[in-house]
Design a binder for this molecule. Structure first.
Ligand SMILES: NC(=O)c1ccc[n+]([C@@H]2O[C@H](COP(=O)([O-])OP(=O)(O)OC[C@H]3O[C@@H](n4cnc5c(N)ncnc54)[C@H](O)[C@@H]3O)[C@@H](O)[C@H]2O)c1
Length: 395
């Protein structure tokens, strides 16, 4: 079954439950639901009580999500009052990509142990992808595995990082190089919490939404071109985009949980994007993950066009849409630049998709026709980067 066909199948299993959409990630005994809808955060306590009656619950979050102005942590804590037990003090981390480090893994793990969180208890990751990845990794290693619930609060986390069980942190050697596959027991995506997300972060998350169309759902990409503004504004388009993205990801993960095959398609734009993130030292002021992915996807299509794999018009269409949605599409748009072609190549060499030194890219034969290209000659990559980086965004 193609990814699009299985995404459609997963979509068909999507139950519409009083305005709430539920998507099942089918992984045998590790299966779980993704619940999507406005206001779900207020039901966190009830959801956890059903999942693990009598469990203790530890919340890990960041300072932005915890802020009184936004009120998300307060709502989560208030819903947990429904539980019989008092909730330990939330673990609140600094926001930003640099938080995904060894020091915080130690801090969070020790805090969970100090709070006497046991294997049958629940760790709640309340935040964007940084918190989800870090809290998930801590949950995976503390007592060799404590159950955890993802409560994604950024668009990126709702459509991508909270689903599929990739957890981890960054290393000075590269992005996400330390981690574990560890599935959550539930994903609770309250689309109303995105109302407080800074517009730049909304855009960054949107890059991952458009990605699903570019991988293998051309009709969804066309829908995105028409409806992206509704996703930002919080019309019904937002729930549709989150549910369609989650259904697509759930289908891929169910087939290939640990990325031995076509789960790698989800990395469209990431070989370039991760290198750019590394070269900007994970400095969110210059580049956030979703922006790196947007530039990376535009580059993947330009590279594909240069190799004669896809029509240049498709590469133009990709860049035009991402730019219209407010995303960067070229490294020159990163404040301070990213250095030389050699530095980009060197940064790419640390990608997880490198196998015995050969580079793997996700390339495309057109919109919705992405494929995994192994052993891409380094000279081709160099020639592309030299031409591409000498140019500009062109949109
Ligand atoms: N595990 C996976 O499969 C996977 C997939 C994609 C990305 N990722 C990872 O996800 C991370 C990026 O995630 P992200 O873009 O969510 O970054 P993030 O967690 O840094 O969140 C972005 C910013 O938005 C703030 N924020 C989050 N929710 C908010 C809300 N509701 N209101 C106001 N502010 C809010 C955060 O504090 C942060 O400043 C990267 O580390 C990336 O590697 C993981």
């Amino acid at each position: 079954m193609t990814t699009a066909a299985s995404a459609a199948a997963a979509q068909a299993q999507t139950a519409d439950n009083g305005g709430e959409r539920v998507i099942r990630v089918a992984l045998a005994e590790r299966s779980y639901d993704i619940r999507i809808g406005r206001g779900l955060l207020d039901g966190l306590g009830g959801a956890v009580a059903r999942l693990a009656p009598g469990a203790n619950v530890a919340i890990i979050t960041d300072e932005n999500v915890a802020s009184e102005t936004h009120g998300h942590l307060a709502r989560a804590l208030s819903s947990l009052q429904a539980l019989a037990r008092p909730t330990p003090a939330p673990i609140v981390l600094k926001p930003g990509e640099v938080t995904k480090n060894w020091r915080n893994i130690e801090y969070v793990s020790e805090s969970l142990l100090a709070a006497k969180i046991e294997r049958g208890d629940i760790v709640v990751a309340l935040g964007g992808g940084v918190i989800g990845d870090l809290a998930g990794f801590a949950a995976a290693i503390v007592r060799r595995g404590v159950r955890f619930v993802q409560v994604p609060t950024s668009l990126l986390a709702q459509v991508d990082s909270s689903v599929g069980g990739k957890t981890g942190i960054n290393s000075p050697h590269g992005k996400n190089l330390i981690g574990a596959f560890y599935q959550p027991s539930l994903v609770l995506a309250d689309t109303a919490v995105l109302d407080t997300l800074p517009v730049r972060e909304l855009r960054a998350g949107y890059a991952e939404v458009a990605k699903y169309g570019l991988i293998d759902q051309p009709e969804f990409f066309a829908w995105c071109e028409q409806n992206w503004q509704g996703v930002y504004d919080g019309t019904d388009a937002r729930e549709y985009a989150v549910a369609t993205s989650c259904a697509a990801k759930a289908a891929v993960v169910a087939r290939d949980e640990t990325e031995t095959g076509d789960r790698a398609l989800l990395n469209l734009g990431h070989t370039f994007g991760h290198a750019l993130e590394r070269l900007t030292h994970y400095d969110s002021a210059r580049l956030v993950h979703g922006e790196g992915v947007a530039i990376g996807m535009a580059q993947a299509f330009r590279f594909s066009a240069r190799l004669g794999l896809c029509a240049p018009a498709d590469a133009d269409r990709v860049a035009r849409h991402l730019a219209a949605a407010g995303l960067p599409v070229h490294p020159a748009q990163i404040p301070g630049g990213v250095g030389t072609v050699d530095e980009v190549l060197e940064a790419m060499a640390q990608d997880k998709k490198v196998s015995r030194g050969a580079l793997t890219f996700i390339l495309a034969r057109g919109i919705g026709q992405s494929f995994i290209a192994k052993n891409v000659p380094r000279d081709d990559v160099r020639a592309f980067l030299e031409a591409d980086m000498a140019g500009g965004p062109g949109v």
